[in-house]
Design a protein around this ligand. Sequence first.
Ligand SMILES: Nc1ncnc2c1ncn2[C@@H]1O[C@H](COP(=O)(O)OP(=O)(O)OP(=O)(O)O)[C@@H](O)[C@H]1O
Length: 933
Amino acid sequence: MEYVTRTGFHDLNLASRKAEEAALRRYVAVAWLETLVGPLGISNQPSEKEFISCLRNGLILCNVINKIQPGAVSKVVESNSHAQSLNREFQPPRAYQYFENVRNFLVAIEDLKLPAFEACDLERDNLEAGSAAKVVDCILALKSYHECKQINCGNANGYYKLTRSPMVMHSATKMQSRALSESCRRLDLSSACDKQPTANGETNKLQDTIVKVLADHMVDTKENIDDNLLGSFNKRNPDSVKLLKKLIASCFDEQLQNNFPELKSVLQDFLKENNGSNLQSIPMPLEDVTSLQCSRARMKKANPNHRHLLKVQEKELLDLKALLSATRREFEDLQSHLQSDLKNLGSQVEEMSTAALQYHKVVEENRKLYNMVQDLKGNIRVFCRIRPSFCAGMRNAVDFIGKDGSVVILDPSKPQKDGRKLFQFNHVFGPSATQDDVFKETQPLIRSVMDGYNVCIFAYGQTGSGKTYTMSGPSEIRSCTSDNGLSLPDATMHTVKSTSDVLNLMKFGEVNRVVCSTALNNRSSRSHSILTVHVNGKDGSGNMLRSCLHLVDLAGSERVDKSEVTGDRLKEAQHINKSLSCLGDVITALAQKNSHIPYRNSKLTLLLQDSLGGHAKTLMFAHVSPEGDSFGETISTLKFAQRVSTVELGAARMNKESSEVMQLKEQIENLKKALANKEAQGTLSYKIKEPKSPFEKQKATMERTPPRTRRLSIENGSSTMKSEKATNLEDRRGPKTPSGPTRARRLSLEDAEAITKQFGNLSNGSSMMENYHSKAPRSPTSSSFQKQALKTDCRTHIPRLQLPKTPDAKVLVTEPCTENRMTNGKGSQIRKSLRTTIGKLISGSEKRNPQNSMELKSPTVGECNNNDVKSPLAANTRAVRRQSLTGIQTSGSDRRSSLGGKPNESSKTMSDNRNAKTPPPVHPSSKTTKRWM
Ligand SMILES: Nc1ncnc2c1ncn2[C@@H]1O[C@H](COP(=O)(O)OP(=O)(O)OP(=O)(O)O)[C@@H](O)[C@H]1O
């Protein structure tokens, strides 16, 4: 083993020395040639290849020999650049011409008896071993000859010495070649190895392997391992990289890798820098340890900045690694935080949804409780408002206003004690109360409207007491219309979406309201004004809520002797007072719980029937003027208000329609359509002759529905213009007619009811507004009386079943006949389904909407219908039928009768039907008219 190692080093030494010597000789030869012919254009330490290339054209050689021995080569083929510039057509010499140069040079050399070489030695790119050395020897021999000739003054024969030993030349040119020697020595492996003691067996083994590979390489390439090799590494010469890889592959094994980690890292860095290859993919990187150590030492010396940079970079790398791991940790923390946050969020959302559900429940509960409180407070409430006095010097009739709703009125003409009268109301607004104060107290009722209750707010009081001011606000926007330009337009309904829509509509209504100056009020309203806001909405469960708000600004009662009105104004005053007197009668009857309530005596009371005796919530503003001379009117007003406050209304009821009812209605509509389609197809041949004239119509109706004629005779009988007999008849029928909510009203507002509304504080909910406008009072016999019939029931928006007016109704009437003629069973099924559905609807929630069903009158049905009514003339069947059509409840009613009776009395009244004895009618103009006029 020891032997092998020594041999290896010997070979390496030899090869290295040979290579060094060859390089040195080339160096000397080039240096000498340049002294004679100038720069050769190659490095001073040329490789063999470079050296040969430089001499290949023989030009330098010829010039040199001609300088030493003038005329040795007589003709030299030149590539003269000067000649090129003069002659544009100059052609560069061809290769064979250059060959002449070489040949002539070699002839001259032979003549001088100097060692020559072969011309082909200059021609090959791949040099054979020793071929370049021959050229170098030749040149160095020529040099010696020249030197000798110089020493012997031109005679060199026998004195020159062939300097084939490089060591001699080395010593001779020691000073010049110091730099080259240094660089060669750096890679002189043998000398380095000699200095490095072997650390252990593995190091020796590694060294041997490296030396062997390098020696082979040097032998192969005839080059020493010098800076050229390093240069070629830097130029990424594939040969040098191949060498390196060979070294790595052949010498480096796993164990060595572990023993020389530093070597490995340096080698990796080197390859990365110079070849871009990744040593990870190279199985065993290797470098001579000694050489590596030398390199590193050199690196330390030559480039301390790099070392520093490397250290800094290593440090940065470590920092980055630390940062990376810290970031990873942070990322993991964040991830876990995110997870927990998401969990929390989920649970919070769950909680929120639960809370939302709870909230809805609480809101619902709150609504119930709120309305319960309202019920307890009483569904009819009375507020008194006293307007500011206009006469500063006059004695005030209002003596005291208590915060508990009490007010003391003082008779100015009587001594203090006797003249004092105490009244108690739900609230009293003094002269200083603002509209805001009033609204604050009124607002809860608005909320009730949104909850589905019907609400009526009306202002009552003598003329000029401030009714319009309360209902419409301080804005004086009313316009006076000329006396003869009055009109009574039909009530119209408009969709409103915002407060401004409402206000615009109010302005529109105000224009139509008659206002004129009297001795008591220079802007006296000559009509009642009613603004109705219909609210439709859906609650959370999909139930439909329908409600309405009546805002009623009554025309003021006035003593005509005081108001000093004449002509049309006088007529207006009479009608105003008459309708107010009717209102008083109704209130009195309600307060006394009479079985008969004379709603029909006036359009006003008919209009307010639902509010006064139904299931609505009612608020009355009693307005009084504080002046002493109004004492009488004030007392009247307050007494009336007191009476109103004693009225017990039935429990307010929400107008809620379940989704089931809605579905049934929809079903009915669909069935109606299907039936109409059937008719259109001509399967029904029987048709009822349509009455043409109004008289015929009426007659037809009478014939078809004799009993209902009376119930539906509101158009005819409700007018105060009817004969007293007729009025009394109507009054008698009063208790027998359906109660408020079960009745559809057809009104002809022939009275002095110019109706205009104002409602500015509803801010949400979709609503419909009806404006009821009426002319100033006309003659009761006016021909327009019939034309101006208005439908005013707040619930009239529920889709109607106007069967008698539609082809469907006809079908119902002729049902048995048509059914017999049906050729297929489809129509029959449809009708059956329709009847079932209608039956369900009527007997269910539809009881609240009698107007839908009241028009389902078909007296002949019983006679013809074989399917549903077995005995058409049976009284009980008709009663049931009538009940279902009119919505009158025969039993089970838990509400107080709107007619003032008790629940069981009510039902008794119903069951007693028309045979019930009613109290004698109270003529509206008997007492109260006097009181007001
Ligand atoms: N609270 C009040 N504050 C200030 N002025 C008021 C108040 N109430 C009424 N007025 C004024 O009194 C006058 C009469 O009021 P208003 O027209 O409202 O009475 P009215 O009862 O509607 O009369 P009529 O029945 O004749 O129409 C108006 O000029 C009005 O501005």
